[in-house]
Write a protein that binds this ligand. Structure first.
Ligand code: FAD
Length: 689
């Protein structure tokens, strides 16, 4: 273009986030009329676009937990940097799917992960085709091991090479490739995490005693072939990783699920399955996603948790005006979300089951509206919690838990109890999240009175049918749409800096995140139908809440299992113990840079090139956050001495110090934060070169 030396940009990690930066670089470079040519180095051991999570060669039976309609790589007219009149920049996954002849309803279909991988691969091909002559894209199927700043060199006769000139960076890869880059983007996503002491002990114990321990990680990458048919496997964690394992041990081992009662399945074993014993802290899986005709965002908007009410609480005229308000979650925002949850639940219940109300359900609505208007005029923690000692050092997060009874809650409880006399129809949020709390079981065997098995089968069946009924046909699933929308608004408020950072860390990440995940981030209902079928077929048994794994000092042998039964697992809520030869840690690894176990990020942290973000708590103590220290958007990284690097940018999960709920794709038509981040990084990079 200009005859100047081409400049290199290194994008480390070519999953969806790396691809999105490439898309923006290509689009913005195509609009440029000046500047040097650019070589974009796309570095990832896995194919660009799909990356490791969305490999197209993974089993088709591994499903996304979002629908076809919920992903895009291409910015649309909703994106603030394009504006409402912008022409489409490329297909969303739904548009792509239809263009490929797909006919399933995009809002109600949970596609395979490999299908999303194929969309991402096609998006990459489209972006590469669009690259103007000034942009060359070079793929490097390898892993980056280090990024080092070149010391500024003063070249005689080149006045611009002063010590102030930002140094170029040398990117060194595992295969020996070295790239000198004018800008580096870290888009490394899900990186391996160091095992904690207890997990390391379990691994060493299994190794010593002839058992097997599979640590946390991506299930699609786990060595599940090492688990032999008939093995007694203790699975810790009943979230999404568990459902992947369930698929790998059944679908992928030749078992078949066939239709049974309406909405339910029956399992026909192949004989190659292990026996799975499932447990976790709560002892139940995440609730399955309801089937919705359209995205939950397009259901009835929230009534109480609105920007207007939040602005009122934070004493501002308008949050969109760019003011910085620092709202507290527990104290100020949660009561509004709670009001929306109650409203949605009882509105749906009164429509579906008017007979359970002893009086006019409208009185509940009035009580909620009244409570919200009272709340909007109370602004401090002490005011909303008269029990809390004035000036007490107690942190709000220690006092406020979901379901905590306050004076306001007591007044509500009275009205609720009067109008809905049967407790089975009232909604306790604490009970919703921890339905096994306070229960005790005398057995795990099916059909035995007081059995955990029977309780779990009932629980799963109820959840499955509620999901199939959708948010309009189930009061419980109506809560899903409220929480889904509330989370979107919270994410926006956090990115805009409107929520107190201590409250984000202690309250939103401290309890609310888990609460929302338990209700909103579960698997498609099909997976619960499968779990139910496996429980009925005797392939799955349940351990109970607060499971505890110990060494079984005197392992007996069991005919079906060729390995010794070296593990013993118990739950305080259930009588008896279970032994097994294999433990699989199926909880998702914490995405924390402080626990990074990869060469690149860990090495950069150790050398002080990167630093974990720190937060100063109310009492002046400092705590380390899971994400990197970064500047405001475009998120330049900050080193251990507090200096931003002018030419190094971070995206993806490592932005968790400034954003919340990052492990999710960009949604179309939502001014997606991810796409805005990519745009800002690409703009900043092009400004530099
Ligand atoms: C098992 C699983 C299932 C998920 N399901 C869903 C879902 O259904 N819907 C949804 O919206 N979200 C889902 N997510 C969330 C997911 O985080 C995002 O959708 C998305 O993949 C994040 O993109 P990313 O590019 O930031 O990270 P990633 O997808 O993790 O991509 C990062 C890439 O960086 C590469 N990399 C890392 N280190 C290096 C290095 N040193 N050198 C070179 N390359 C490197 C990796 O190989 C990887 O390809 C899921 C996540 C996981 C782990």
């Amino acid at each position: 273009m200009s005859g100047a030396e081409p400049q290199s940009v290194a994008i480390i990690g070519a999953g969806p986030r790396g691809l999105s930066v490439l898309e923006r670089l290509v689009a913005l470079a195509a609009e440029r009329t000046t500047g040097p040519d650019i070589v974009v180095h796309l570095i990832d051991p896995y194919p660009p676009g799909a990356g490791i999570v969305w490999r197209t060669d993974q089993p088709e039976s591994l499903l996304m937990n979002t629908t076809i309609a919920e992903q895009t790589i291409f910015p649309d007219a909703s994106c603030e940097f394009l504006g409402p009149d912008a022409a489409p920049t490329g297909p969303s996954m739904a548009e792509w799917y239809r263009s490929q002849g797909g006919t399933e309803p995009v809002d109600a279909t949970f596609p395979s992960r490999s299908l999303y991988g194929r969309y991402l691969r096609d998006a990459y091909a489209l972006i590469s085709d669009r690259a103007p002559d000034s942009v060359e894209i070079v793929e490097h199927p390898t892993r980056v091991e280090s990024v080092i700043d070149l010391p500024p060199v003063e070249v005689p006769g080149h006045a611009e090479q002063t010590p102030d000139t930002p140094p170029a960076q040398v990117v060194r890869c595992e295969d020996g490739t070295t790239i000198v880059a004018a800008a580096v983007v870290l888009a490394v996503g899900h990186i391996p995490s160091a095992q904690n002491e207890e997990r390391a002990r379990l691994a060493a114990y299994a190794h010593r005693t002839g058992g097997l321990y599979l640590p946390q990680g991506l299930p699609a990458e786990a060595p599940v072939a090492e688990v032999r048919p008939g093995s007694r496997v203790i699975v810790r964690g009943m979230g999404l990783n568990y459902f992947d394992l369930q698929t790998l041990f059944t679908h992928e081992r030749g078992g078949r699920y066939v239709p049974d009662a309406p909405g339910e399945l029956r399992y026909l074993p192949s004989g190659a399955e292990p026996c799975l014993f499932l447990g976790s802290r709560r002892g139940i899986p995440y609730r399955s996603k309801p089937i919705t005709r359209e995205h939950p965002r397009s259901f009835e908007p929230l009534r109480f948790f609105t920007k207007e009410n939040i602005a009122l609480l934070a004493n501002l005229d308008d949050l969109d005006e760019g003011h910085r308000a620092h709202a507290r979650f527990n104290d100020q925002l949660w009561p509004l979300i709670l009001a929306d949850l109650r409203f949605a639940y009882y509105r749906t219940l009164s429509r579906l089951r008017p007979e359970v109300f002893d009086g006019d359900p409208g009185q509940l609505r009035e009580a909620i509206v009244e409570a919200v208007s009272r709340h909007l005029t109370r602004r401090t923690w002490q005011e909303t919690h008269p029990d809390a000692e004035a000036g007490s050092a107690q942190h709000p997060s220690e006092a406020a838990r979901p379901g905590r009874v306050t004076h306001e809650a007591l007044a509500w409880a009275e009205i609720e109890e009067t109008l809905v006399p049967d407790p089975a129809h009232r909604k306790s949020l604490h009970q919703l999240l921890n339905p096994l709390d306070g229960l005790e079981f005398s057995s795990r065997e099916p059909g035995v009175p007081g059995s955990l098995h029977d309780w779990m089968v009932d629980f799963l069946r109820t959840d499955l049918h509620s999901s199939l009924a959708g948010p309009e046909g189930s009061p419980e699933k109506a809560l899903f749409t409220v929480l889904w929308q509330a989370r979107l608004l919270l994410k926006e408020l956090i990115v805009a800096g409107h929520i107190d950072p201590v409250s984000v860390d202690m309250e939103i990440c401290g309890w609310f995140e888990n609460f929302v995940s338990g209700i909103c981030d579960g698997p498609p209902p099909q997976r619960i139908a499968e779990l139910l079928a496996l429980a009925e077929a005797g392939i799955v048994r349940f351990i109970g809440p607060n499971m505890r794994i110990d060494a079984n000092e005197e392992p007996e042998s069991i005919a079906e299992d060729t390995l010794p039964q070296v593990f013993r697992v118990t739950s305080a809520a259930v009588s008896g113990e279970i032994t097994g030869s294999v433990v699989i840690d199926a909880a998702s690894p914490t995405n924390s840079v402080t626990r990074a176990a990869d060469v690149l990020i860990n090495g950069m942290l150790e050398r002080g090139q990167l630093a974990a973000a720190r937060l100063t708590l109310d009492d002046g103590r400092q705590t380390m956050l899971n994400g990197l220290a970064v500047t405001p958007r475009p998120y330049r990284t900050i080193d251990a001495e507090g200096n931003p690097h002018p030419r190094r940018f971070a995206l993806s999960l490592q932005l968790s110090s400034v954003q919340w709920g990052l492990a999710i794709a960009a949604n179309p038509n939502s001014n997606a934060t991810t796409l805005c981040d990519s745009h800002a990084a690409a703009e900043a990079i092009l400004d530099l070169i």
